[in-house]
Design a protein around this ligand. Structure first.
Ligand code: ADP
Ligand code: MG
Length: 748
């Protein structure tokens, strides 16, 4: 099932912008250098933003393929260049409240992970994600002090079409998460762990935890990491007072995506179960391809977002309200020509996707708002508590309420400090007073001992109340402080390298990046215009010259025609190939289906089958068939409400006879509770067999056993109502092993 969307608006209206596509080619690695013929097949014109691809199998006369992108980065490019030029503007938009997505697409081993994460330790080699952390927190520390920020991070992966939480401590054993959709925040993952981060260090920690979980998965399953998509999500909420005096919240969501390797699984020649698995692994990627094609094509109104988890999660990023940058990664080795060409085609298509980015202003589900409200509530509570203590102190002091008037005119901060101090003083004074009074009572010789004891007890109780109160206040204060510290306030120096020089340097770098970009754009435009206008300006002095010029032009056009013909042929071939793959998968699935039907028809009774069929429902949210629960949810609660009359006051229904038997304490059989003896067994652990029936084992047990109380202790831990049956040697070993490790375990 898929979503039918309105036809994407291809006209460049004000609010729409296209997906930015940049291409990066990594240098030849050592193995490739020693392997094939010298040199790569990818040439890059960084100035023009062009990639020129040479087909290593084609004759030299065949024209090379040229693709133009928003920017290209060759093997010598630095991580910082890519970030400053292509990523920085996007992160700035996220900080302003837009949704943003960066995804790396390409064959395994071409540098997707290198581009997104890079080498952490080396500042030169840090990838997009760590650079984005720096960028976000530096921005917050430099912003005005009336802004409040809340930064959250989540990390998930999609493996075998299942969404897994990488921050879940039980990752690996935990259930897959579900996708949900809300009109407010679009598609989201239910129950996904989200960590509030207060600094670069904290968010890096989150990233490391997730990476470790991913790495463990990778060792469990060969090649897991290059077959799973990893999504790191950062939400930045910012509250700022608007002109109307009210605080307005903007929420920017950033998706940083490291996709699985795009190479064809079928090429590896797998079949049967493996092929099905491969089809599932690549389902997300082929769905992504289909979505890109549908959006880029612009003619089909139907965009198959719902075909996979990945495309559903990226729905906003492709043709939606987000700003998107795609980094296509290439390898220069000749043996990967086909994959490189496919990647370039994908990237080329993605350029045509139009998004309509907009700022998320005051969304209902902003967590920042909740935090602010909770902080205000705690603050009020704390204030009230301290105010009460202060008033009590004033009553003790005897100077009553007179001073209230002048204090209210003081600043709120000062007043709060005053209240806090007085509250503390009050507690101290009260303690001293109670101590003094206790002393007095002890020294009073005329008082009776009983009376003394009673009064001392009373004072002790009052001290206890006072302490409890103070403890509660302290707890409240701690909670308040913890909550408040999560909100980051602009203008505070949370990063130590924010000096002016650095700021200027960054500004300059930004400017240069901006200039390079606009230069490239102008160059690209010029190139297009040149081709169109050159013949208009030409004037011919002689017929001969005209013939020459026209022949040249004809040749050029002919070459272009050949290029396009070749392109058509290529696309057709690719289409046929993918069609064959799909047919193969379909055949496999049909066979499987027939087999299952065969089993159902021949081995499952029709009534059982009908029962199961009747319980099946289609969950449109999840896009799956599901079983209805045997007992409907609402009737379950009704059933549970009424307790049988004979069970009122007891844990379970009980007969009249048993009730009398309990009252008279006749036989413990009728006890409703504590039917097991649960005293702690203090005998030293042993590991002998308990089997009485087997003679030989008993002998062994006697030789090992030096505890005469052993049998009793085992009986103790068993319910008395079980008939004492002979314990088999294996079960006794197990129970003894359990006792061996932890004696109290047997009492559970
Ligand atoms: P992928 O995630 O696409 O499978 P990786 O990011 O793991 O690929 O990169 C494979 C190898 O190539 C790594 O050892 C990485 O260090 C190296 N590499 C990738 N891109 C570059 C680059 N631009 N410059 C230098 N080395 C690179
Ligand atoms: Mg990778």
């Amino acid at each position: 099932m898929s979503v039918v969307r309105g036809k994407p608006d291809m006209s460049k209206n004000k609010s729409s912008e296209s997906v930015k596509v940049v291409v990066r080619c990594r240098p030849l690695n050592r193995k490739e250098e020693s392997h094939g013929p010298a040199g790569g097949i990818v040439q890059m014109d960084v100035r023009l933003g062009q990639v020129i691809l040479r087909n290593p199998r084609a004759p030299a006369s065949e024209p090379q393929k040229t693709f133009t992108f928003d920017a290209v980065y060759d093997g010598n490019s630095k991580q910082g260049d890519l970030y400053d030029e292509s990523v920085r503007p996007l992160i700035d938009s996220v900080l302003a409240g837009f949704n943003g997505t960066i995804f790396a697409y390409g064959q395994t081993g071409t540098g997707k992970t290198y581009t997104m994460q890079g080498a952490w330790m080396d500042p030169e080699k840090r990838g997009v994600i760590p650079n984005a952390f720096d960028h976000i927190f530096t921005h917050i520390s430099r912003s005005q002090s009336d802004k409040q920020y809340l930064v959250r991070a989540s990390y998930l992966e999609i493996y075998l079409e299942e969404v897994l939480d990488l921050l879940d401590p039980n990752h690996g054993t935990a259930r897959a998460l579900e996708l949900r959709e809300s009109p407010e925040s679009g598609v989201y993952v239910r129950d996904l762990t989200s960590c509030v981060c207060k600094s670069i260090k904290e968010i890096e920690e989150v990233m490391n935890v997730g990476n470790q979980a991913r790495a463990v998965g990778a060792t469990d399953m060969n090649e897991h990491s290059s077959r799973s998509h990893a999504l790191f999500l950062i939400t930045v909420e910012c509250s700022q007072p608007g002109p109307d005096g009210r605080k307005h919240i903007r929420v920017g969501r950033l998706n940083l995506v490291d996709l699985a390797g795009s190479e064809r699984q079928a090429k590896t020649g797998v079949q049967g179960e493996r092929l099905k698995e491969a089809a599932k692994i690549n389902l997300s990627l082929s769905a992504l391809g289909n979505v890109i094609s549908a959006l880029a094509d612009g003619r089909s109104g139907h965009v198959p977002y719902r075909d996979s988890k990945l495309t559903r999660l990226l729905q906003d990023s492709l043709g939606g309200n987000a700003k998107t940058v795609m980094v296509a990664t290439l390898g220069p080795a000749p043996q990967h020509y086909d994959e490189t060409l496919t990647t370039l085609r994908y990237a080329n298509r993605a350029k045509n996707i139009q998004n309509q980015p907009r700022v998320n202003e005051d969304p209902k589900d902003a967590l920042l708002r909740e935090f602010q409200m909770e902080i205000a509530r705690l603050r009020a509570q704390l204030h009230h508590r301290k105010w009460r203590s202060k008033q009590k102190k004033e009553q003790v002091d005897g100077d009553g309420w007179e001073r209230d008037g002048d204090e209210e005119s003081e600043g709120e901060e000062d007043e709060e400090e005053g209240v806090e101090k007085e509250a503390e003083e009050y507690v101290k004074m009260e303690e001293q007073r109670l101590e003094r009074e206790k002393q007095d009572i002890r020294e009073d010789q005329f008082m009776l001992a009983d009376e003394k004891q009673r009064l001392l007890g009373e004072k002790e109780r009052m001290m206890g109340v006072l302490r409890k109160e103070q403890e509660a206040t302290e707890q409240l204060t701690a909670k308040y402080k913890a909550m408040e510290s999560k909100l980051l306030v602009g203008g505070k120096n949370i990063i130590d390298h924010t000096n002016e020089q650095q700021k200027m340097l960054e500004g300059k770098r930004h400017e240069i990046a901006e200039q390079t970009r606009s230069e490239r754009e102008i160059q690209q435009q010029m190139l297009v215009q040149d081709e169109e206008t050159v013949e208009l300006r030409e004037t011919f002095t002689s017929l001969q010259q005209e013939v020459e010029a026209k022949t040249k032009k004809l040749k050029k056009l002919y070459a272009k025609l050949q290029c396009i013909k070749a392109e058509i042929q290529d696309v057709n071939d690719e289409h046929v190939r993918s069609r064959q793959e799909l047919e193969q998968t379909q055949n496999e699935l049909t066979r499987e289906l027939k087999f299952k039907y065969l089993i159902i028809e021949n081995f499952i009774p029709p009534e059982e089958k009908n029962k199961i069929m009747n319980r099946l429902t289609f969950d449109t949210e999840e896009d799956q068939w599901k079983f209805q629960p045997l007992v409907p949810a609402e009737s379950k609660s009704l059933q549970m409400k009424k307790r049988p009359a004979s069970a009122v006051g007891y844990k379970r229904p009980i007969s009249q006879y048993a009730r009398v038997a309990i009252a008279t304490g006749a036989h413990s059989r009728y006890r409703a509770e504590n039917i097991m003896f649960l005293e702690l067994d203090m005998t030293p652990p042993n590991s002998a067999s308990l089997d009485r029936s087997a003679e030989s084992e008993q002998k062994q047990s006697l030789s090992l056993d030096n505890s005469p109380t052993k049998d009793r202790s085992v009986c103790k831990s068993r319910s008395w109502c079980q008939t004492p049956k002979s314990i088999t040697s294996s079960s006794s070993n197990v129970s003894l092993a359990a006792r061996h490790t932890a004696t109290p375990m047997t009492a559970q």
